[in-house]
Every structure is written in C-alpha cells, then in structure tokens.
Write a protein that binds this ligand. Sequence first.
Ligand code: PMP
Length: 286
Amino acid sequence: MSRIVYVNGQYLPEGEARVSIFDRGFLMADAVYEVTSVLGGKLIDFAGHCTRLRRSLGELDMASPCSDDELLAIHRELVARNAVVDGMIYLQVTRGNPGDRDFAFPDASVTPTLVLFTQSKPGLAESPAAKVGIKVISIEDIRWGRRDIKTVQLLYPSMGKMMAKKAGADDAWLVEDGFVTEGTSNNAYIVTGGRIITRNLGNEILHGITRAAVLRFAREAQMEIEERPFTIDEAKAADEAFITSASAFVMPVVEIDGTKLGAGVPGPVAKRLRELYIDEMRKAAI
Ligand code: PMP
C-alpha cells in the first residue's frame, strides 16, 4: 500500500516524493531525525521528541524548518491520511540543498529539508519479542564523539545490527574503554539486587526520550537507580537487563555474548517497567 508522505510543505504519494541529489542529508549525512511512536492513533511523548529535535538542531547550528505546533499538525495529518493505529513516524531535517557539493555549510538563504513518513506496525505494544526477551552481543563502539546529537550517521549502528544477526543475536551493545555506552539504537540497562544501572548522560550516548520517561516512572515507583557506566562482565553477572527506545519501549535482554542472565527469561523489573511505561504513555498520548 502506497503511503502519503510529507516533503517540504507537500503531502505526496511516496513514489512522487523527491529530494535533491545535492541535499546535504544525502551527500554529508548533515541531518538529524526523530522517531515518534503511535499507539491507538495517538503520539507518544511528542513533546520530548520536539525538545530533543530542537537541541540536535541547535548543537549543529541548523535552521529549524517550522514550529513545534506545525510539526504536531504534520504528524497528526500523516497519522490520519495513512490511518495509522500503531506504528512510528520518522522525521528528518537536513541542512538543505545548496545546489552543489561543498564541505562548508551553505548560507542562511538555503532552507532546511523536512521529510516525514509513517511506518505502520499493528500491535506494536504487544511485540512477541518482549515476551521472550532479546539476545545481544558486545562490539566495540567506534562511533564519533557527539552521540548526544541524533544525526542520521547510522552506518555503524547498521553494521552492528548485521554483526549481531550473523552471530545469531538480535542486537549489539557498544563498548568503549571497557564500558557499555548503549545499544545500536537504544539505551542499555542492567538490574542487580533490585537496582537499575544505566550509563549516565553525556556526549557518549543519545539522551533517550524513553530513557527519561522510564527512569521517571522507576523513581516514582521507589525503585533504586544508579546512573553510571557498567562493564560487559558486570552485565553478564546481573540479575536481568533491558533496553529502551521509542519503538521498542522497554525490551528485556536475556542473553549477552552467549551468557544467559539468570534463568534466561525476562526479569520482573523489565516486565514491570514495560507495563508501567506503556500504560502511562498511552494515557498521556496526544
Ligand atoms: N541510543 C541510540 C543510539 C538510539 O539510536 C536510540 C533510538 N533512536 C536510543 C538510544 C533511544 O532513544 P529514544 O528512547 O529517544 O528512542
């Protein structure tokens, strides 16, 4: 089924949407993005994604294509036009099309490119993987040093997912200087003695919108949280582990580099946080 997508002010069938070959998103990965989940036709944590988009644009000195209210209207229009019940909306802003290839940023007369499209995933919150948990491998984190900016430079995360697939696993955790930074497209957590341990915020990881919400719900439920780096050895010895992202919500991890965590089934903390997160975010969806 052909989708209706959004490109620079126009709603078009996906086959008719066009971006220039000179667009800096295409030539230089000079672009940032956001992925917002849709549950029951409503947007999950839209405000959180807008705030992070503004921050990514600001850190790269990239112009904003439009206001948050306009972005909300476009998201809603795409949900309606594509009759999305459960799924995701992908948004990308690039530094635009200067009409030629040049490393220097173009002047302010070049306007940003704004593209959005929907991905329908019926039953997104009832993922079968959440019931059995996922397996991860560890790989070296060789990404650039500004992972806090949500850029479209996703080649190494893609390679990491392929390495995981080849090893018979579902995803990879990235390790730098002996410590886990995050997953290829998610934040990483372990649970030991009831304490939730996840890497502290910094330039080394993306500041997950789901991470912020999950830690808030965990604190409200009187769970103990330690924000600090942890090693793969510590993770293998943990009682349980999980990841968070806007599209996976809270996903239990049951195996790391071939070592089963505990009984090798999703742990109670991950299960509880997943339920809490999905329930609360459904209530707050707009
Ligand atoms: N880290 C990385 C590297 C990611 O790509 C993502 C998802 N885009 C996340 C963490 C999770 O962020 P969020 O919860 O905002 O989806």
